[in-house]
Design a protein around this ligand. Structure first.
Ligand code: GTR
Length: 331
């Protein structure tokens, strides 16, 4: 047995401690982050998350990975958001209407007829208001990373072509699990039915609901268009998608890695824009080719006017009222 001198022993201990510290600074903190998305694998938001994942892996030298659970593998949006808030899921790509139940500024982005056009929406989200909103999530248990395009949402149904508010009377329309979206449909004289995204197709097929509302890609990639042959371009909301991280996962990252996540998320949002435009156009064509009747010539004024009560309710919160005002002023 070799006999070590005191000095040798000290040197060995120092070496081992240094080695352990080096391991701790690198691989010991390497992690796989779990990301939830309700859409299917080919959908642009999922593609954006995969893109972000490869960027994070590359920029962190392979220390961090993102595993994307698409197609509701981790559950429906309402539940995955709860889990993200408590830190059981690390990243969540959700529609603002869902997280609006928890973060008031998100409900503002889901307000009907707030944005004049997609250009107006993008200007708001890409500018200082968008950054401020992303920075405002922490008190609610999330970190806001980026917005993704989602186009405009319109109403579709299987009963009749909707040309005016009167045509909506009595229709049972599925809405996201959001009080504000329910209120909106009620204000139009239809009957809201709150259902998770994954149950809409069965709802349409079994006539539990007469219709729903969504953008072109969601209408088509889910096969809803096969059961609801009338799509009216109400374009009532332009609620975008948002990517949030749990505060717990965020807190586990070094400042440098937080920067990598933030930048990669923003880059993924730009990457996704072109894919989104293509899919939007392609989905509309696919629906048309399948015989869906598209009602384009509607007067949106009465629809907008019907939202007065919804606005009055939301604007009772001074911070919300101010945000609405600022968004409207963006040219
Ligand atoms: C889609 C959105 C999903 C989900 C869905 C819905 O447009 O991308 O995140 O919110 O709408 O209506 O449930």
């Amino acid at each position: 047995m070799p006999v070590y001198r005191r000095a040798d022993l000290l040197r060995i201990i120092t070496l081992v401690v240094a080695l352990l510290a080096a391991v701790a600074a690198t691989s010991a903190f390497a992690r796989e982050f779990r990301a939830a998305d309700t859409q299917n694998e080919d959908y642009p938001t999922v593609q954006a998350l995969l893109y972000m994942g490869s960027m994070v892996a590359e920029r962190s030298g392979g220390r961090h990975q993102i595993k994307v659970f698409h197609s509701r593998q981790l559950g429906e949006e309402k539940e995955t958001l709860e889990q993200t808030r408590v830190g059981a899921i690390d990243l969540n790509r959700t529609n603002v209407a869902l997280i609006g139940n928890m973060v008031p500024a998100m409900n503002v982005l889901a307000m009907p007829f707030l944005f004049r056009s997609i250009e107006h929406l993008q200007k708001v989200l890409d500018g200082p208001i968008g950054s401020e909103i992303l920075a405002s999530f922490e008190p609610y248990g999330f970190v806001g990373l980026a917005f993704y395009d989602s186009g405009a949402r319109s109403i579709y149904n299987s009963v009749r072509p909707v040309r005016s508010i009167a045509d909506l009377k009595g229709l049972r329309l599925r809405v996201q699990q959001s009080e504000q979206m329910s209120d909106m449909i009620k204000s139009l004289g239809a009957e809201p039915v709150e259902l998770p995204y994954g149950q809409v197709l069965t709802g349409l097929a079994t006539r539990l609901i007469d219709g729903a509302e969504n953008n072109w890609p969601s209408f088509v990639t889910t096969d809803h268009y096969k059961y609801a042959g009338y799509y009216t371009l109400t374009e009532h909301t332009m609620s975008p998608e948002v990517l949030v991280m749990s505060k717990k996962a965020w807190g586990s990252l070094s400042a440098e890695d937080q920067q990598i996540f933030r930048e990669s998320a923003l880059r993924s949002s730009r990457f996704m824009r072109e894919k989104w435009r293509d899919l939007e156009e392609g989905s509309r064509k696919q629906a048309e080719a399948a015989g869906v009747k598209i009602v384009t010539d509607i007067d949106r004024k009465p629809f907008e006017a019907a939202m007065a009560g919804l606005y009055a309710k939301a604007q009772r919160d001074p911070a919300v009222a101010q945000l609405i005002e600022r968004i409207r002023k963006v040219e």
